[in-house]
Design a protein around this ligand. Structure first.
Ligand code: 6PG
Length: 246
């Protein structure tokens, strides 16, 4: 399967179906991890939330793949978190731990975002944590999904986080969901060495076509601002999700 250039900031790869897309995503992650560990001794990754990545995490952590990466050298962060306790079924942290990372990554290399308590304080603390654990604050790998409204991480349309520069992590009020979230900022995400966005299934086809083929309007479609010339975003798609755009 070949990765195609979409524009100066984004590449796409279209797999035949969900299974092939998951397999590609797993291989891509494994390769990136091994390159990073060989290069600088660790692999810093910000995991996506939502349902799409769950299958990727499970396959990554299952026995056929678990020994393809030295997970003791993986530093696990999150791209965003909901305002729930870590043991809540809605927690992005819980989803990833239950998928298998819990038994592979050393506890002192697992850095959950804390969605309970004072979010502003928690955002500042996570910002400082990233700076303390990753010398350049540059993630090796950021994994993202795309919401039905064109959001990514917890960068939702018309929210304040879209306009915050000079921070890595912020608390973001999301009125349309009647909640607040913690999220990495554009500055943090777009500084990563690699950015992958998983968009799978027919239900995403219309929004994906809108995101990729509409004029640039990130306040409406926040995911449009992901990816730069120096840190291109790779959209990992299946044919169903890509069925409405060329
Ligand atoms: C979250 C995610 C969010 C997600 C998209 C897509 O906390 O929900 O970070 O940005 O990636 O909403 O979610 P699905 O993969 O479930 O469609």
């Amino acid at each position: 399967m070949t990765i195609e250039i979409f524009d100066s900031r984004r590449d796409v790869v279209i797999l035949n179906d969900n299974t092939e897309a998951i397999d590609f995503a797993v291989e891509h992650f494994i390769h990136a991890a091994n390159v990073a560990i060989k290069d600088h001794g660790f692999f810093s990754v910000a995991l996506s939330g939502g349902s799409t990545p769950k299958a990727i995490f499970k396959k990554l952590c299952d026995k056929e793949n678990a020994d393809k990466i030295d997970f003791t050298k993986v530093l696990l962060f999150w791209g965003d978190e909901r305002t729930v306790p870590l043991d809540d079924s809605e927690s992005n942290y819980k989803m990833a731990m239950d998928a298998g990372f819990k038994s592979l990554v050393p506890e002192n290399h697992i850095f959950p975002m804390i969605g309970t308590g004072d979010l502003e304080l928690n955002a500042k603390a996570y910002d400082a944590l990233i700076k303390s654990k990753i010398p350049t604050s540059q993630f090796d790998y950021v994994m993202l999904g795309m919401g039905d409204d064109g959001h990514t991480a917890s960068l939702f349309p018309h929210t304040t986080a879209l306009h915050i520069a000079d921070k890595l992590v912020v608390a973001n009020d999301v009125p349309q969901k009647n909640t607040s979230r913690l999220t990495l900022t554009y500055d943090c995400i777009n500084n990563a060495k690699q950015i992958v966005i998983y968009v799978l299934g027919k239900s995403k086809a219309t929004m994906l076509n809108t995101v990729l083929n509409s004029p640039f309007m990130p306040d409406e479609l926040p995911i449009q601002k992901i990816g730069t010339a120096s840190s291109k975003a790779l959209f990992i798609l299946d044919k169903d999700a890509a069925s409405e755009f060329s």
